[in-house]
Design a protein around this ligand. Structure first.
Ligand code: AHM
Ligand code: MG
Length: 300
């Protein structure tokens, strides 16, 4: 039987046509970004596709997605991890607002590990709002396969790019697993005592370490297998490292849709009103019972 394409899946949901269009447009940039991995590398024997001096891939992906979204007329506001200010496109015909991390985990590009594009979509034209108001969220993961995970608030669906550059469904209605895996960021010498206590506890309980340095890749693993990813607040960075708008909210929304949880250790991240574009948060994300275990220690 023919595989279900992203378009066929979206057509089976209650999503408005312009939302389906927006998701497919962003998905269609997956192959373009994937190709840029070759053309933008130092060893490439050509100039990049714009014929310009080769740009860092995260900057290139930002420029590329920015132009595509602006031209689409589907997006009123765009916030990007690579931009200091929120961008407005007043002549847009639809009222979507998009947050993007064009290439999360970009420090891993040079060592050929998985990185990804993270997207949050709101349908009321504003990016500065709590993550729970999201209308849809998605990420594209560039690993041995290029995969797409999406929610339109009707569960979590995963797709993989085939040899015809189409995304076809690999996983439907994904529910987060409960394997005892963990990954945690920041230097151990800088951890606050409560975070140290949490990690010591789960290690004693038999949790296995899995940490790559790419948030989107690590969360993808825990979403499928189960586990808990954390990037705590730490000495010198008492607000944490990861960004609310671009990293924590979209992946938090997806993990929550899959039955998992996302927390600062004290409260649900999706309820936080962003104070600035670059708002950062400590994060515990993954299997619900493991995130609650962290909360018990952090709050206690
Ligand atoms: P970046 O946007 O500067 O790449 O930072 C985000 C990344 C996440 O993808 C990852 O989880 C984390 O930073 C890794 O940080 P560290 O290098 O401190 O382990
Ligand atoms: Mg990032």
């Amino acid at each position: 039987m023919a595989k279900i394409t992203l378009k066929q899946y979206l057509d089976s949901t209650a999503s408005p046509d312009d939302l389906k269009e927006l998701i497919q447009l962003i998905a269609a940039q997956g192959p373009a970004i994937r190709n840029a991995f070759i053309t933008n590398q130092k060893y490439a024997d050509t100039q990049n596709i714009y014929g310009e001096t080769q740009m860092k891939l995260d900057i290139w992906s930002n420029e590329h997605l920015k132009q595509v979204l602006k031209k689409s007329k589907l997006v009123k506001e765009l916030a990007s991890e690579e931009e200091a200010e929120v961008l407005s496109f007043p002549d847009a015909k639809s009222n979507y607002a998009v947050t993007m991390d064009p290439l999360d985990g970009s420090s891993l590009i040079q060592v050929n590990l998985a990185v990804g594009t993270i997207i949050g979509i709101y349908d009321n034209g504003k990016v500065m709002q709590p993550g729970k108001n999201m209308r849809a969220a998605m990420y594209i993961l560039y690993g041995p396969l290029t995969t797409l995970t999406v929610t339109v608030k009707e569960g979590i669906y995963m797709f993989a790019l085939n040899d015809k550059n189409e995304f076809t469904m690999t996983d439907q209605n994904v529910k987060i697993g409960d394997k005892k895996l963990y990954g945690t960021g920041a230097l151990q010498k800088d951890w606050v005592p409560k975070h140290k206590k949490f990690i010591n506890e789960i290690v004693k309980d038999g949790f296995k370490l899995r940490y790559s340095g790419s948030f989107v890749a690590d969360v993808h693993q825990f979403l499928k297998y189960g586990g808990v990813f954390s990037y705590p607040l730490y000495k010198g960075h008492m607000g944490g490292k990861l960004r609310l708008l671009f990293e924590a909210n979209p992946l938090g929304f997806i993990v929550t849709q899959a039955g998992g949880k996302v927390s600062t250790g004290e409260k649900n991240i999706l309820t936080i009103m962003p104070e600035k574009v670059d708002h950062r948060v400590p994060i515990y994300i993954g299997t619900k019972k493991y995130v609650e275990r962290a909360e018990k220690i952090i709050k206690g």
